[in-house]
Ligand binder design. Structure first.
Ligand code: TXA
Ligand code: MG
Length: 322
């Protein structure tokens, strides 16, 4: 029996399978099995009204899961699937409210990872999967992260190596006339605009602390390590480090795109994160490393806010807000 066969058997019997995608690892259950889906919420410690993304093997499955699929939705699915884009669509009547948190919409995506695709093809159905971390924690980008977070609460962990993209999928709401980006992620707004031929709106929350309205779970201070995260531009680094060293109760770390010179000697410099794409790929590992090192404060110099750098900045702001 291969690992995939074993994982498919676990899914069919209502168990949970953690699997790699190009973005982050997912905690998967058979999307048509309400008991299995409820276990995902329990294991994650996530409120039941936060919907799960349903993962599909192929764009041809779209019509089985969504109703009234617009021309824009088809365009985006054809252009970006498999890939780090989740489409929010009206759910088809067969989709369980357990998956959608009782909402009339469903989030769908075809992940771009050979292990995920092999699992989805062998299983045949939709796999409902949030990121494979406890609620509110940093998403896992390696199988070891999953095991560290969820331990024996997950029945099988498929190891597909480190995730290529490293931040979650972009979520686009296509249930209204104008496509709206609810979460920035692996596909930049610029790339969406190129395919659609017009501008897309980006959802900006006005009440960061309350969550709710369109995208539960996206408005809260998420993605946070234990270390307090402080953001700063490169030209402010000297002043910020001095200030942080003044109040920190333990070791202070620094994460930047490139190596910086002239740092105070007691700063723990994490390996530079590189360009925006590289920064995305290593971000969650570095945040976990900050905790392993017992840092009390991690000062981060974010990458430029273009391409996937927008998503990195978004996650860093959320980490800093908690
Ligand atoms: O890259 C990703 O999207 C990863 C991988 C595993 O595919 N998944 C992921 O899932 O990040 P999760 O559950 O951690 O984040 C999905 C977000 C949640 O904030 C959820 O509330 C929102 O998407 N969401 C899903 N379906 C929705 C719906 N029907 N309406 C509104 N928000 C939805
Ligand atoms: Mg998540």
């Amino acid at each position: 029996m291969t690992d995939i066969d074993r994982a498919v058997a676990v899914l069919r019997s209502g168990g949970l399978v953690a699997f790699p995608t190009e973005t982050v690892y997912g905690l998967g259950a058979d999307a048509s099995n309400d008991t299995a889906v409820r276990r995902v919420f329990e294991v994650k410690g996530r409120p039941n009204d936060h919907p799960l993304i349903v993962h599909l093997s192929d764009v041809s499955q779209l019509d089985g899961w969504a109703a009234n699929v617009s021309a824009n939705a088809k365009l985006l699915a054809d252009a970006f699937w498999p890939g780090p884009l989740t489409l929010l669509l009206e759910r088809s009547s067969s989709v369980s409210p357990a998956v959608t948190g009782g909402r009339p919409t469903v989030g769908l995506r075809v992940p771009d990872h050979p292990v995920a695709l092999e699992l989805l093809r062998s299983f045949g159905g939709g796999i409902a999967a949030p990121s494979a971390n406890r609620f509110g924690r940093v998403s896992p980008t390696t199988a070891a992260h999953v095991v560290a977070d969820l331990g024996s609460d997950v029945d099988v962990v498929l190891d597909g190596g480190p995730c290529r993209v490293g931040v979650e999928s972009t979520i686009v709401d296509l249930t209204t006339d104008r496509p709206l980006v609810l979460r920035s992620g692996g596909v930049s707004a610029e790339r969406l605009e190129e395919v659609l031929g017009h501008r897309v709106d980006i959802y900006v929350s006005t009440e960061p602390s309350t969550g709710g309205a369109r995208a539960p779970g996206m408005l809260e201070a998420h993605y946070a390590p234990n270390a307090r995260v402080v953001l700063c531009a490169e030209h402010e680094i000297a002043e910020v480090l001095i200030e942080v060293l003044g109040f920190a109760t333990g070791p202070v770390g620094l994460l930047a795109g490139s190596a910086l010179v002239g740092l105070p000697k007691d700063i723990v410099e994490l390996e530079p994160a590189g360009t925006a794409d590289d920064y995305a790929a290593v971000l969650y590992s570095r945040l976990r490393q900050a905790d392993r090192l017992g840092l009390s404060v991690l000062v981060c110099v974010p990458p430029p806010e273009v391409g996937v750098g927008v998503a990195v900045n978004d996650r860093l702001r959320r980490a800093a807000a908690s």
